[in-house]
Structure formats: C-alpha cells, structure tokens
Design a protein around this ligand. Structure first.
Ligand code: ATP
Ligand code: MG
Length: 202
C-alpha cells in the first residue's frame, strides 16, 4: 500500500447478515470523507450478543460476497480469527500499526454511538479513532446530535455522515426469513442467494 492510500475507515459489525444499510453508510462515508478504502470487520464472538446464530465463517462469507464488486471495500478476518473476544479498541490499534497510520475512522450507526459507554474501554477507543456516525431513525435526531456535541466537548472526534437513513436491520431481515417474507431487496443479491443456498435464518 502506498502513502496516498492511507485514508482508511473501519466498518465494524456482526453482519448477521450484512444488508444494504451497512453498504450504503460505508459508501456515503467513503464519499463524504474522500476515503481510500473501507475495511469491513465482521465481529468474532460479539461482546454485545449472547449467542452466534450463524457461524463467523458464514458471516464473513456474506460480507465478502456483498463487498466484492466495490474496489474501495475490503474485508478483514482479524476479529473472527481471534481466540478471545473481539473488541473494537484492540482492532483499531492493530490496524493503525499494521498500516503505519496515525489516524483511522470508525463507521457506526446511531444506536452504537448512543450506547458507546457500554463498549470495552470506550474512552480509549474514542481517543484512538475518529467516529463517523449515521442516523438510523427518523426519531431522536436531536438526541443523537446532543450526544455528538457532548462527546466532542470531551475532546473526542465524532462527525455525522450526511445521509438519509435506511430503517433496515439484520434482526428485521432474520425475522422476515423466519416468517416466510422475502427480504431480497434489503440484501445484495448474491448474498441473498448465498443465504438461500445455505438455508440460513429459516
Ligand atoms: P442487529 O439487528 O442484529 O443488531 P444490525 O442491522 O444493527 O443488526 P450490526 O451488524 O449490529 O447490524 O451493525 C453494525 C453497525 O452498522 C452498527 O454500528 C449499526 O449501528 C450500523 N447499522 C446497521 N444498520 C444500519 C442502518 N440501517 N443505518 C445506519 N447504520 C446501521
Ligand atoms: Mg445492531
């Protein structure tokens, strides 16, 4: 990787499954901050979730399929290969040292920022990275903006990605599969086909 190619953001998530909401905010962040690349980082054993419904291998596969036709999107297996729980604080430090960079962005949705205090070493995490946050709901935009101001006053670096929002979640997509509804338009098409082929979420 050359020096001009070091404007990087991490897009972390469980991606169970990855959907167009994730892909849209990654692309919007890329354009908004003129980033060189987005590294999708599927979580291993997610600290916030009790059980894995789908193996990390299959979640990784879905992210790979969904991102494969975008030259600016990459995927890392760093977290899913960890034996211990994966924490974003450690991931950020790892990628900064891997690429020899001082700064890195981390993309997240509104709900993640609103509960950031529950993250492992969240103060250290926020000190190590610049956050790009996307709204997720038509409600509570004032609460999100107050939160951004509050955290920035504490010296952290949080910025809202100017975007309209897609009210889509993996939870809702899993429910639709289970209820026999067809969520194909919420997913990248080849990812949808992979889910069908593997018989996931039924
Ligand atoms: P689940 O319902 O299982 O929690 P999810 O849709 O929230 O799934 P995650 O993998 O938990 O997906 O999310 C990864 C990151 O992407 C989080 O920071 C989350 O806030 C953000 N995100 C997910 N969906 C959207 C969306 N539609 N708009 C904006 N941000 C989103
Ligand atoms: Mg979530």
């Amino acid at each position: 990787m050359n020096c001009q190619n070091k404007n990087i953001a991490i897009m972390g998530g469980t991606f169970n499954p990855i959907h167009i909401g994730h892909l849209a905010i990654a692309q919007e962040a890329l354009e908004f901050k003129k980033l060189d690349r987005i590294i999708f980082m599927p979580a291993g054993t997610p600290p916030h979730k009790d059980r894995e419904i789908v193996s990390s291998h299959k979640r990784f596969e879905m992210v790979k399929i969904s991102t494969s036709n975008n030259d600016n999107f990459e995927i890392s297996d760093f977290e899913i290969n960890k034996k211990s729980r994966s924490y974003s604080f450690e991931t950020v430090k790892y990628l900064k040292s891997l690429y020899g960079i001082e700064e890195i962005y981390f993309i997240m949705g509104e709900d993640s920022l609103m509960s950031i205090e529950s993250w492992y070493k969240y103060k250290e995490f926020l000190s190590e990275t610049k956050i790009l946050v996307a709204r997720r709901s038509y409600k509570n935009i004032e609460l999100l903006r107050e939160k951004i101001v509050e955290l920035n006053l504490k010296g952290y670096n949080i910025e809202e990605i100017p975007t309209s929002f897609l009210d889509i979640s993996s939870t809702n997509i899993r429910e639709r599969f289970r209820n026999g509804q067809n969520p194909r338009y919420y997913l990248e098409y080849n990812t949808f086909r992979y889910i069908e082929k593997e018989g996931l979420y039924v």
